[in-house]
Design a protein around this ligand. Structure first.
Ligand code: NAD
Length: 521
């Protein structure tokens, strides 16, 4: 099914401006300054929508001076914030969570306009922000260190966790608000201001979130400068990550971006938290519940038009169930409603930009050259309704082997299907890619499930059983190994990345025994 476009760029512009204004952004000033900058030949960031592929309006881009000033504001806020008790810092995040609930529909509308997500997925992303605020508020009373027994009488050994300093957050287009909240809700509770450089494709959602965060800060009596925002492309990002006043850079995006950022930050001995590309696979075993597997696979592979870092891109199916599973998947793919994400029943919206469609076309051509067979999808739809946009039918490709194109992350809805006979071989193929983000096995056999989760099983940061690769909850630590970058965000003990650890030895005795029994006169 193809869903015709029901909106125009002018309507989407009005929808975005109304949502921004509701979140507290002065839209008259914003658009006037953007127009002035564009007319004066200054650098701008152009807000656009993948629904029609057209521009909405220009915004002033940050200059190097703006970036330096943003970091200066964060440094200044840090001097007060680091000594504000953590539970008091939690008040700010509690207020932010309440504002996010109040403005859930406004933010979701902006996510749909800027990224093309269906309203349900857009709301889900904002809900994730609310959830992580809840987690952070609880954490504000649980930033615990350990005590260890000292080998010396009358001595105590303990660790204390302190705020780290301004955190730079560089984020990707595809989770324009959730990734910021994973970082900032935790960082702010940990005592760190956050300087945010969102994707140049998603400036509007960033402006709305920042307005709400600043309001939460004002209303909870926090200092100014906790949430500076800079807008621009990779050049603006580089200026920020190179700043020695920023002890931690949390960067989400492609592997080439992470490679550049990691080297730059390591060069000045800063810390990085990297959340980079994935090339996620699922194994479907002979005992799998195929009804459940089909639903899990289609959501993970075609949801968000294949533009999640956790999108399912590779399927390893046991030969005994391969034909039936593929037939059922192809049937569902043929019926997938593709098109206007705001139309009732829509499941697959647009790709973010023509570049993504070109990458998909090139990957499909290469897969066919490698001996693959496109079983369904890959074709462009709505080309007449929206010539500047890129809507595509998600594709399934049967591959004879895991060739280079399969080992590469193409950020579009392409699912490569391969077969296996022996689970150990399947796991070897599964792990034979440079990325290590998310993985899944569909099986009714507890031994197979345990093997997949064991030390010699999947090498990913996320290993699921009887559930797809995408759609993580915030309670767990999120992130992956190898080229995915090794970072962990959100739940569990991820908060530690935003703090520095001090080890304290306290002597409450009248003696001075030295460690390891050393005698010094
Ligand atoms: P991208 O790498 O093109 O851009 C990401 C961000 O980095 C943008 O803000 C961009 O301006 C900035 N940037 C790019 N080069 C930079 C540089 N050298 N220095 C500083 N900043 C720089 O990625 P994208 O197209 O926006 O997002 C898609 C990619 O992100 C996919 O590879 C996807 O898997 C990945 N991703 C990963 C996760 C995760 O949690 N692991 C989450 C979302 C997206």
């Amino acid at each position: 099914a193809v869903l015709r476009l029901t909106t125009t760029t002018a309507e989407l512009r009005e929808r975005a401006l109304a949502a921004l204004a509701a979140c507290g952004v002065d839209t008259a000033a914003l658009t006037a300054e953007g127009e002035r900058a564009a007319a004066g030949g200054e650098r701008v960031v152009t807000a656009r929508t993948p629904l029609t592929g057209e521009d909405l309006f220009p915004l002033v881009a940050s200059t190097p001076d703006h970036v330096d000033e943003a970091v200066a504001q964060a440094v200044s806020a840090f001097t007060t914030w680091r000594t504000t008790p953590a539970p008091v810092r939690g008040f700010l995040v509690k207020r932010l969570g309440a504002l996010l609930v109040e403005h859930l529909e406004h933010l979701a509308a902006l996510v749909t306009v800027e990224v093309g997500k269906t309203p349900s997925e857009a709301r889900g992303e904002v809900q994730e922000m609310v959830d992580v605020c809840d987690l952070a508020v609880g954490l504000s009373r649980q930033l615990t260190g350990r005590t260890m027994p000292s080998e010396r009488p009358g001595h105590r050994l303990q660790e204390t966790w302190h705020p780290l300093g301004p955190v730079a957050v560089v984020s990707a287009f595809n989770f324009p608000v959730a990734v910021w909240s994973w970082n900032s809700a935790l960082a702010v509770v940990c005592g760190d201001p956050v300087v945010w450089k969102p994707s140049e494709l998603t400036p509007l959602t960033a402006l709305a979130c920042t307005a709400l965060a600043e309001r939460a800060a004002r209303e909870s009596g926090a200092p100014e400068g906790l949430f500076p925002l800079v807008l621009g492309d990779a050049e603006v990002g580089r200026r920020l990550v190179d700043d020695p006043r920023v002890p931690l850079v949390s960067a989400t995006g492609s592997v080439p971006m992470g490679r550049d950022v990691a080297a730059r930050v390591a060069g000045r001995f800063g810390r990085t938290l990297l959340e980079l590309g994935g090339n996620n696979a699922a194994v479907v075993a002979p005992t799998a519940d195929l009804d459940l597997a089909v639903r899990g696979i289609v959501f993970a592979a075609a949801g968000t038009a294949g533009q999640r870092c956790t999108t399912l891109r590779r399927l390893l199916v046991h030969t005994s169930v391969a034909d039936e599973l593929t037939r059922r998947l192809v049937e569902v793919y043929r019926r997938l409603p593709v098109g206007d994400p705001t139309a009732p029943g829509a499941l697959v919206g647009p790709l973010v930009a023509p570049r993504a469609a070109e990458a998909m076309e090139a990957a499909l051509a290469q897969a066919v050259a490698d001996g693959g067979e496109v079983l369904v999808g890959g074709e462009r739809v709505l080309a007449d309704d929206a010539p500047a946009a890129r809507y595509v039918r998600p594709a399934i490709v049967r591959m004879p082997a895991q060739t280079d194109v399969v080992r590469t992350e193409t950020f579009a809805p392409v699912l490569y299907v391969m077969t296996y006979d022996d689970l150990a071989d399947a796991v070897a193929v599964h792990n034979d890619v440079p990325q290590g983000l998310s993985s899944a096995i569909f099986t009714g056999d507890v031994r197979e499930a345990e093997f997949f989760m064991a030390a010699d099983g999947s090498d990913c940061g996320i290993v699921n059983v009887n559930i797809g690769t995408s759609g993580a909850e915030i309670g767990g630590a999120f992130g992956g190994e190898k080229e995915t970058g090794g970072g962990r965000e959100s739940g569990s003990d991820s908060w530690r990345a935003y703090m520095r650890r001090a080890t304290n030895t306290v002597n409450a005795s009248h003696e001075l025994p030295l460690a390891q029994g050393v005698d010094f006169g």
